[in-house]
Ligand binder design. Structure first.
Ligand SMILES: *Cc1c(COP(=O)(O)O)cnc(C)c1O
Ligand code: SF4
Length: 432
């Protein structure tokens, strides 16, 4: 299968697009001018049910929808496009809107470490054991999620994390024996031709870094382009390389993103999963809980069961991040927890490896454990799954019940406390 993608400039060539009215196509143009838009032919042909596209989870997941911009922002861009405004004016207006969409959630710049006084812009090291690496060649995706929290990687150069020097990564790892996991992320590293994977992985293998025990690849390829592990020209070489890593005793894990169980039902994805598992690669799956896409406990329980049946480990349920089109997808923390609680009780223990619902925010990954009434006060019980300070992990804390809260920022400490125990923390890396 030859990779083909459609973007703002050629989406009218998608044969099925004739099902849309001119107004619907214009919506794509307006919203797609602000938020990055790209869809693969696999999603168009294999995942979307075009007979019911307006409600289809994969259509909403990849095609810009009107409610993804505020009315005010939508009207500004719609008018400029209708007036045929010049490119420079349009760009200025669009940049201005993007800056209002919280392009850099969770203060990621404070996760970027330095080495000998030089900032390593393609590394984030927030949690002691795990270093994120953003290879330059992997900073795009086979298709873009409309919920993307890394959209500025594609749309705003000044917010882009990336680097291409394996030697700097190795030097950093040598100085940081506490790092057990290297997580390749993006964008989507699986868009890289195999030769770049060889370059980075061989650098790690050749350096003899005994402390690096797990290599993870955060990729949506299984959902958006499973041919990356089956029929792509260099798929076989990629699998060979993965096997070499596994045979060296390294735990190689694909961190897959399945947002809906229907993304796990095509022949292509089944073959890709089998190819990976058969050489000893592990696959874990994570997804945010998204209104209009998967805000239904049956979808989650079905998805987790199906994952276990296919040999995939359910890993994280996230809460949609506070960036981009968050309002379109947001469910309240209460709804998120209720959905999780209904879903998890329906599956047996083997599916309960999933953690969440959790928010990746400035202090760490915070799980909503549930709601409880304590001495007459209704509270959220929360817990750190990861912490900027490692000693916060596993420490439950309490917030006043707020039925409208969609993010940690909306919460206040319970029981009349002035602040949460982790507040006013030093945002600098704890890692030195
Ligand atoms: C989620 C995340 C990780 C990985 O955390 P695990 O719980 O080990 O999967 C690492 N770094 C950052 C910045 C993260 O957000
Ligand atoms: S796969 Fe990840 S980085 Fe790529 S568009 Fe989706 S959310 Fe964004």
């Amino acid at each position: 299968m030859k990779y083909r993608a459609f973007t703002l400039s050629n989406f009218r060539q998608i044969p099925q697009i004739e099902k849309l009215s001119e107004d619907q196509k214009f919506v794509i143009e307006v919203v797609g001018t602000v938020l990055p838009f790209k869809v693969s032919s696999y999603i168009v042909d294999e995942l979307i049910d075009w007979n019911n596209f307006e409600k289809d989870p994969f259509y909403i997941l990849n095609f810009p929808q009107k409610g993804m911009l505020s009315e005010e922002h939508y009207n500004i861009v719609a008018k400029l496009l209708k007036d045929g405004t010049d490119k420079a004016t349009l760009k200025k207006a669009v940049d201005n809107i993007r800056l209002q969409l919280n392009p850099n959630p969770a203060g990621q710049e404070s996760n970027v470490p330095s080495l000998d006084g030089e900032r390593l812009n393609g590394i984030q090291h927030k949690y002691r054991e795990t270093m994120l690496f953003f290879p330059s060649q992997g900073q795009t995706c086979h298709a873009y999620c409309t919920f993307c929290f890394r959209w500025p990687q594609f749309a705003m150069n000044s917010f882009k994390f990336a680097m291409k020097e394996a030697d700097l990564m190795i030097k950093y790892l040598k100085k940081h024996p506490e790092v057990t996991d290297v997580l390749f992320t993006g964008g989507d590293p699986a868009v890289m031709p195999t030769k770049y994977f060889e370059y980075y992985f061989n650098a790690i293998l050749d350096a003899g870094l005994d402390h690096v025990q797990t290599i993870r690849i955060g990729t949506k390829a299984l959902s958006y382009w499973p041919y990356r592990f089956t029929t792509d020209d260099d798929a076989e070489d990629l699998l060979k390389l993965f096997k070499k890593v596994v045979d060296k005793g390294i735990d190689l894990s694909i961190m897959a993103h399945f947002n809906h169980y229907k993304a796990m039902e095509t022949d292509a994805v089944k073959e890709a999963v089998d190819n990976l598992l058969s050489i000893g690669v592990k696959i874990r799956s994570q997804s945010p809980l998204l209104k209009n896409i998967n805000d239904d406990h049956e979808i989650w329980s079905t998805m987790w069961r199906k994952q276990v049946n296919m040999g995939i480990i359910p890993y994280y349920m996230f809460i949609a991040r506070n960036t981009g089109a968050q309002d379109y997808f947001a469910v309240t923390l209460e709804e998120a927890w209720r959905t999780y609680q209904k879903a998890i009780q329906k599956v047996s223990g083997v599916c309960r490896t999933v953690r969440g619902p959790s928010m990746s925010c400035v202090p760490g990954k915070v799980q909503v454990l549930g709601m409880q009434k304590i001495h007459g006060e209704k509270v959220f019980v929360l817990n750190f799954l990861q912490g900027r300070n490692p000693d916060w992990v596993g420490r439950p804390f309490f917030a006043r019940y707020n039925p409208k809260a969609i993010w940690l920022d909306d919460l206040e400490p319970a029981f009349g406390e002035e602040e949460f125990f982790f507040e006013n923390c030093n945002l600098k890396l704890h890692i030195v």
